[in-house]
Design a protein around this ligand. Structure first.
Ligand code: PGA
Length: 260
């Protein structure tokens, strides 16, 4: 794992955006995995800015989103399809037919999930998967006790995750209980996993994922087994790590050939 600690979420988001942009520039047909939630918003703004000011070209990029709520129509304000359109897709030149988001309104969830895995495979696999982390250590919507080998499927949200995501729905009672999410096995098959975490409320989950034991109780700890997992953190999210000085030294002294 590579642990990059930045002074604040703005600089951390800029670092993450540069990693994504570098991949898109070297591979215009890159397959990007996108995440939703509060955390990647600044990174998406930075990517939009690079598109507008530097001509960063998404014309050949294929997108796969991590997850979606079950039972919401695509145009619901709380759906992740709406989120992606508003915060990224309508501001860049991505082709609509290259955008893939699980269909939360499908009448046939197992077929939808199998089809999603097949589309990822047919696209050549995901080059960079952007990830957040839940306060309970979840990855995508793989809640604690999720199988570490799981593939795209339906999951039930924990009470804590429904509380964390209540704002956009105008109250916890309105947050759906079920979601379709890429599995931990799906995420582990991505070439690079780029996890962003900001703020003190993520510190416990980050410390458990990075320095704790590998356990299904902290799904993000599965990234300890990933050959190319990068955590981009602000100081607050990194505050419970014990090896901070080492991580900072490694990043500051990265040999040129290792720089992305
Ligand atoms: P957040 O969610 O970015 O809104 O904190 C992250 C997650 O639940 O994975």
């Amino acid at each position: 794992m590579e642990i990059i600690i930045q002074p604040d979420s703005r600089t951390a988001s800029a670092v993450a955006a540069r990693i994504v942009a570098a991949r898109v520039r070297e591979k215009p047909h890159a397959v990007l995995g996108f995440a939703t939630g509060a955390t990647p918003l600044e990174m998406y703004r930075a990517l939009v800015d690079m598109h507008k000011t530097e001509g960063l070209d998404f014309g050949l990029v294929t997108a796969f989103n991590l997850d979606e709520y079950v039972g919401l129509p695509a145009n619901h304000p709380g759906s992740y399809r709406t989120y992606m359109r508003e915060h990224l897709f309508r501001h860049i030149n991505i082709a609509p037919d290259r955008i893939n988001i699980p269909d939360g309104a499908t009448p046939d969830i197992p077929t939808c999930c199998r089809g999603y895995e097949e589309r990822i495979h047919a696209a050549g696999g995901i080059d960079i998967q952007i990830l957040g982390i839940g306060t309970d250590g979840h990855l995508g919507f793989n809640e604690p006790t999720s199988s570490l080998a799981s593939r795209t499927r339906i999951k039930t949200l924990t009470a804590q995750t429904r509380r964390d995501n209540a704002a956009i729905f105008g109250g916890e009672r309105k947050v759906p209980h079920h979601v379709i999410t890429m599995g931990l096995g799906t995420i582990m098959a991505c070439r690079t996993c780029l996890l962003l975490a900001f703020g003190e409320k993520k510190a416990r989950a980050v410390a458990a994922a990075v320095e704790g034991p590998l356990t299904a109780m902290v799904p993000a700890s599965v990234l300890q087994m990933h050959p190319q997992a990068v955590f981009v953190l602000d100081e607050e999210a990194a505050s419970l790590l014990t090896r901070t000085d080492y991580y900072k030294w490694v990043y500051a002294n990265k040999p040129d050939w290792q720089k992305s």
